[in-house]
Design a protein around this ligand. Structure first.
Ligand SMILES: Cc1cc2nc3c(=O)[nH]c(=O)nc-3n(C[C@H](O)[C@H](O)[C@H](O)COP(=O)(O)OP(=O)(O)OC[C@H]3O[C@@H](n4cnc5c(N)ncnc54)[C@H](O)[C@@H]3O)c2cc1C
Length: 290
């Protein structure tokens, strides 16, 4: 998984499938031996995979299930139907070119639309919850469910979409705006990002969620004196203390050790227990014990 995650670490998945469409994805899910761990893989930009790898099937939707279709809606709004594997950046720039506003925030978030929905990804005051109408999900038995946004339990960097269910398709609601104004907004967001984030190094973005109140996660890590700290080839970025970067050939065990260290030191220093934003994938699937 080093080649399929933005952290560039982790052992191999046993199988990788790139389904052609919803029907073949559903057929594949139905044909798996019950109990086989299966997980959707988007851009791998929020995943930390164990050094031992993942003993199951990674379902990569980015290869084929990535189409975008535009439909007119009432009241000057537009709907776009987007495959779960579509790249967030591609969809954001598609919208800009078509004079559709609402997805500016996705231009700087790596990964896929399915992954963005699972994580309710967001930035600069917008998140997936604000634009989603419904999603089509394939469950572990290959059954398809169309769920409206209210039924997906979307909150700060979380959803109630069960691990192992796949976001096959989404319907997003956008509104008309001048492409030039949209472009300017995207540029401003990207400039802010470049100023504050270590984008030259492999990372998974923010490692921890910001606590519901009080100082932000990076401030807590700073206060614990950990800016720049490292374990093996993993380092807490000098530029942004909630980004842990791979300085070359890093191992997942080092990343986990640094995560533990940051948590312990922040708890001791500030009394706050930091919650992971990153999904840690063990040999049997998403680890919930971390
Ligand atoms: C430099 C950088 C900056 C970032 N900035 C931000 C930011 O500003 N805001 C933000 O919210 N996040 C940010 N992130 C984190 C990450 O990009 C988002 O969480 C992103 O939405 C994850 O999408 P993905 O397709 O890469 O998911 P993956 O990493 O592939 O998967 C993450 C989780 O989603 C699941 N998943 C993936 N695809 C699907 C699918 N089709 N159906 C169901 N489940 C699926 C996976 O099984 C896994 O549990 C950043 C990351 C990086 C590297």
């Amino acid at each position: 998984m080093t080649r399929r995650t933005t952290l560039r670490m982790g052992g191999p998945a046993r199988w990788l499938a790139q389904p052609e469409d919803e029907k073949s994805l559903a057929t594949l899910m139905r044909s798996l031996t019950p109990g086989t761990p299966g997980l959707a893989l988007g851009g791998g930009s929020n995943m930390l995979v164990a050094d031992e790898g993942f003993d199951g099937i990674m379902l990569d939707l980015t290869a084929k299930m990535n189409d975008i279709q535009k439909h007119a809606a009432e009241g000057g709004e537009w709907l776009i139907r987007v495959g779960g594997g579509a790249s967030t950046r591609t969809v954001s720039h598609y919208s800009r070119r078509n004079g559709l506003s609402g997805l500016e925030f996705l231009a700087g978030i790596p990964g896929s639309v399915g992954g963005a929905l699972k994580m309710n990804a967001g930035a600069y005051g917008s998140e997936m919850q604000n634009v989603l109408v419904w999603a089509e999900l394939i469950d572990v038995h290959g059954q398809c469910h169309r769920r409206p946004v209210e039924a997906l339990g979307l909150g700060y960097r979380k959803s109630a979409i069960p691990d192992g269910w796949i976001v096959a398709s989404t319907l997003l609601r956008l509104h008309r705006d001048d492409p030039e104004r949209i472009r300017r907004r995207i540029r401003e967001m990207n400039q802010k990002r470049r100023r504050s984030q270590p984008l030259r190094y492999p990372s998974a973005g923010s490692v921890f969620k910001n606590p519901p109140e009080g100082p932000l996660a990076w401030e807590l890590i700073d206060r614990a004196g950990l800016r720049g700290a490292s374990e093996g080839a993993v380092q807490i970025s000098e530029q942004h203390s909630n980004f842990f970067i791979n300085r070359g050939g890093a191992r997942t065990r080092d990343m986990l050790a640094l995560i533990d260290c940051a948590r312990e030191r922040v708890l001791a220093e500030s009394g706050v227990r930091l919650e992971l934003e990153l999904k840690v994938i063990g040999s049997g699937g998403v680890r919930r014990d971390l």
